[in-house]
Design a binder for this molecule. Sequence first.
Ligand code: KIV
Length: 302
Amino acid sequence: MAAAAASRPRTTFASLAAQKANGEPIAMVTAYDYPSAQIAEAAGVDIVLVGDSAAMTVLGYDSTVPVTIEEMLMLTAAVRRGLATPLLVADLPFGSYEGSDEQAVATAQRFVKTTGCDAVKIERGGSSADRARAIIAAGIPVMGHVGLTPQTAATLGGYRMQGRTADEAIAVFDDALALQAAGCFSIVFEAIPTAATDAMMPRLDVPVIGIGAGPNTDGQVLVFHDLLGIYDGRAARFVKRYAELREPMIEAVAAYADDVREHRYPEPRHGYAMAAAEASRLEALLAERDGRPPIGIVRERA
Ligand code: KIV
């Protein structure tokens, strides 16, 4: 699989549009550090998102709200170092873009300049569509995000499906249309009934990436820790686990701790050798220093 990924061309905004036009599904995953980026790269996904879900999955916050610009910058820069082929999108954190167009542009520019990300993502329609337009006018591509928008989940009644009724679905659709009209190159649909997604899809021109929005979007996104079974929190309905890595990880660390406590690790092969003559000389030098006879430990170990 890694070899196939190595021969893949880089994802571009044009290639994403072509995937939509050709009905080729777009695979997107989150990553938050250098090793997860390298895994996404080797797996050959199309888009990597440094999601503000990092707040919960890697930083241990209760929600995505507290994560700071500085924390997201550090994570995004680490992902950039592990990534060559997929498009790299960075989530702008809550409170870093909503206040004004100027704030949104300044934050987006900071992300692009300091991390090398290809695009940024912002949540909601409404005033966020204006912020998206301003960021795009400043030359930075924007991905939108509608439906369940975790940064403002409190105002949506919690982490729950959006667009439950026809009127609510129209409101989600209007948000998506506003983001598309603002120039977003793609839009995430999160936790939307499949029938609502299916009604909206033929009416949207940009690639739509779903997470809990049914099978008929142009692509899908999952959170790295959810799909690998690393994260201990309650998984949302839309999560499919492709591995259960948490238990084997715990078992491996526990086995290591046991080995340390039982003197089974490190073994001789994990150490560095010293020439016997140098070991003897070291013993003699140390004995001379502290005025005691050589005790022979160094020679035994060498
Ligand atoms: O923060 C995140 O991981 C996201 C995805 C779920 C789309 O926004």
